[in-house]
Ligand binder design. Structure first.
Ligand code: ATP
Ligand code: MG
Length: 416
């Protein structure tokens, strides 16, 4: 058998392994890695204990593989391993040399060597490997007059050695931070109200990170000139988010008819809040058709007039479905930083025609109550407006595979 060309070692968080769900989460992580690496020559993914080893065949690009794994939730950290042929490594000299090549360029003041021998036919025990390679490294460091100690408890650098079954031994020390969170699509479905602004895209990402699989609903208004519409921003955001969960639906709902009804039949100061209530109701309908278990918005406490505690309570009362606001306690600066990190910032920063500011009230209510909004809506045919929205919306599906996002199909639907 040939020695593998490229091996990446993936470590996951231990926390989510507690309890009886271990196999479920691990198989989801395994699946996510496979899908993320689609199109690259993956030969096999081994699961020796508390990590995964991905072996690639001829022609695999380490850079491409590293970039793909960056967006797999559930990964704590990962590393490109040095591959040492097993043949001839039994005296451990070549392991020591590989370990030295791996760490010599790194800055650290303490280190430890950790060996895992999942192939028990290797003639040395893990502890012996650790001692032998540790001594080799200590000698080299001393020869270079570097002031570095061995520290078994919480060292700055850990040089890891894997002895998996097969013709290759692995050595790695340079950790690449993973995306963290829980493996994708482990928590159930949710529906996210995606505006095109900074907040809701970040809110979506936070819920995906906890394992939720999201569908997206975007409400677009009239009055936009060509090129100004918010729809292309929503589409771009979904394209940016979809790699984290591999597939997603985007519902594009024309909202101007709803807004016109509200403008003509309700007090001006409640308009924005009534728009939000209708958005929630329509999204709830879509969510139920998808068997989603919650709605997600980008609300952040007191950021704008509609996000006071009074107004969030009065708006939220329009839906019976649990409403999640993952950014409620975040500062705008934290949200913008997160948007930069996940790559949605520049998309949301594009100018676009947000549907809400049209017909904007001069003095929006800051402390509306549920009763006031109920009263303000009494002349609206809420059910008819929901039905009309569902009948006129468009649905798009996106899929991520082979490192690319593609739109799979697009259709108008009368059924959600
Ligand atoms: P964002 O940055 O996400 O737009 P925001 O701070 O600007 O949020 P608002 O515009 O008041 O706040 O919207 C609050 C939330 O309501 C949004 O985060 C989003 O979840 C939802 N929302 C608002 N407008 C739309 C829209 N046109 N389509 C879908 N959801 C929307
Ligand atoms: Mg907004």
């Amino acid at each position: 058998m040939q020695t593998a060309k490229l091996v990446i070692v993936v470590h996951y968080h231990e926390i989510w392994l507690k309890g009886g769900n271990r196999r479920f989460f691990l198989s989801k992580l395994h699946m996510a890695l496979k899908r993320a690496l689609e199109g690259l020559p993956v030969e096999r993914i081994l699961r020796p204990g508390d990590r995964m080893l991905i072996e690639f065949g001829e022609g695999a690009s380490a850079e491409e593989a590293v970039a793909r794994i960056e967006r797999v939730f559930g990964v704590a950290f990962y590393a490109v391993a040095r591959v040492v042929p097993r043949e001839g490594a039994e005296d451990m000299e070549s392991l020591g040399r590989a370990a030295w090549d791996e760490v010599r360029g790194e800055k650290f003041s303490s280190f430890a060597v950790r060996a895992k021998r999942s192939d028990k036919s290797f003639p040395h025990r893990s502890l012996d490997i650790e001692v032998s390679v540790g001594k080799y490294l200590a000698d080299q460091l001393r020869a270079e007059r570097r002031d570095v100690r061995v520290k078994l408890n919480d060292p700055e650098l850990t040089c890891r050695i894997e002895i998996p079954p097969g013709p290759s031994l692995l050595v790695y020390a340079r950790k690449i931070p993973g995306a963290g969170g829980l493996p994708p699509n482990t928590a159930g479905r949710m529906t996210c109200l995606l505006s095109g602004g900074f907040d809701s895209a970040v809110a979506a990402h936070k819920m995906m990170k906890r394992g939720a699989h999201l569908s997206f609903v975007h409400f677009w208004g009239g009055g936009a000139r060509p090129g100004e519409s918010s729809v292309h921003v929503a589409r771009e955001l979904v394209r940016r988010l979809v790699p984290w969960q591999f597939s997603a639906k985007l519902y594009l709902v024309p909202f101007e008819p709803v807004q016109r009804e509200i403008v003509s039949s309700a007090p001006e100061k409640f308009r924005i809040l009534l728009y939000r209530r209708m958005m929630l109701r329509i999204s709830e309908r879509i969510a139920r058709s998808n068997r989603a278990l919650g709605l997600v918005t980008g609300d952040s406490l007191a950021q704008v007039a509609s996000q006071t505690l009074h107004n969030m309570a009065a708006v939220g009362a329009a839906t019976r479905m649990p409403l999640y606001r993952p950014l409620v306690g975040d500062d705008k600066i934290e949200i913008m930083d997160a948007a930069q990190k996940i790559g949605t910032h520049d998309i949301s920063a594009e100018p676009f025609h947000d549907c809400c500011p049209i017909f904007l009230p001069r003095n929006p209510a800051l402390h509306a109550s549920i009763e006031e909004l109920d009263e303000a809506e009494k002349n609206l045919d809420v059910e008819a407006l929901i039905r009309q929205a569902i009948e006129t919306m468009a649905i798009e599906r996106y899929r991520y595979g082979g490192g690319q996002v593609e739109k799979v199909e697009s259709f108008k639907s009368a059924t959600a």
